[in-house]
Design a protein around this ligand. Structure first.
Ligand code: HEM
Ligand code: HEM
Length: 239
């Protein structure tokens, strides 16, 4: 059972090379075998070529025999997978979680961004429809959708930096600058419009200078969120 076997790092494995009375271990395809009993390995060296205490997965390609030679020896452990250099900053427990639930690695941001995008766009669209039709329920719906946008935007603003840290090792770039700056503008706009609509519920109902200004802010929202999405997609799909 692989689960109960000892896990060897490459450094630990290197000690089992037959020297100073140490057993002779070799690793192949993630499995560590004890070949101390083999006449062909007992010196710690095989065919004057292959050193024990190492991962020999690739070396066996050139061998005159197949991997069934390992069936003669007990497996004593597993070789800890080497960390991808891009994962140096990621704790091992998280990498273990990703092995079990791979979607937690790439999806949190792309999945959650669609909510603020949809709500913000819908908020503007409903307000325009209200101005065109005069149907007040459209304006009320716009406000409710804005509240949904207010809840959804911070979620995207949390998953964004998380995915940036995880998959891009927090590497600063012009795109990231646009995203951070754009997100701050977005949440500020959403908060200002929300606060304005709560304190002046009839703001859209009568023609006035303030209504024009409120509508200007309302129409800037889809532009800001499109820029955020556009630059985000440039990271996910660079070509
Ligand atoms: C190109 C280099 C290699 C040569 C010329 C070579 C040659 C041999 C020969 C002639 C045998 C005995 C025949 C047999 O038992 O089928 C043998 C056995 C074996 N080889 Fe290799 N081998 C090479 C590479 C490797 C590598 C890279 C590994 C490990 C990944 C390996 C692991 C073993 C094992 C475990 C045995 C069984 C030993 C025993 O039953 O006592 N060999 N090898
Ligand atoms: C509400 C604010 C945000 C929106 C609407 C947004 C939108 C998007 C969109 C649409 C994508 C493309 C995802 C896809 O289609 O696969 C994306 C990707 C990305 N965004 Fe954002 N984003 C926001 C905030 C942020 C922030 C604050 C950061 C971090 C500093 C960030 C970092 C990223 C990264 C790193 C990617 C690439 C994800 C990957 O390739 O795995 N985003 N974003």
């Amino acid at each position: 059972m692989a689960g109960t076997l000892k896990e060897f790092t490459r450094e630990e494995l290197a000690r089992f090379n037959g020297e100073d009375g140490q057993p002779v271990y070799i690793a192949h395809d993630g499995k560590v075998y004890d070949v101390s009993e083999s006449k062909l390995w007992k010196t710690g060296n095989h065919m004057r070529r292959h050193q024990s205490g190492m991962d020999l997965t690739e070396d066996i390609e050139a061998a005159p025999h197949d991997t069934e030679v390992f069936e003669r020896f007990p497996q004593v452990g597993i070789l800890k997978p080497e960390k991808d250099p891009m994962d140096e900053h990621v704790p091992d427990f998280l990498l273990a979680v990703f092995r079990k639930i791979p979607m937690l690695r790439r999806h949190p941001h792309p999945m959650t961004v669609h909510f603020p995008i949809a709500f913000v766009m819908l908020f503007s669209a409903l307000n325009i429809l209200y101005l065109v039709t005069g149907n007040e329920s459209l304006e009320t719906s716009a406000f409710h959708v804005l509240v949904a946008g207010l809840v959804a935007t911070p979620v995207a603003m949390l998953t964004g930096p998380y995915n940036w840290w995880l998959n891009y090792a927090s590497k600063w770039s012009r795109i990231i600058a646009v995203k951070v700056f754009g997100s701050l503008i977005l949440i500020t706009l959403v908060l200002v419009i929300f606060w304005w609509r709560v304190t002046t519920p009839e703001i859209m109902l009568h023609a006035s200078g303030t209504r024009v200004f409120y509508m200007v802010l309302t129409l800037i929202l889809p532009i800001v969120i499109t820029v955020l999405g556009w630059f985000g997609a440039k990271m996910t799909f660079p070509h």
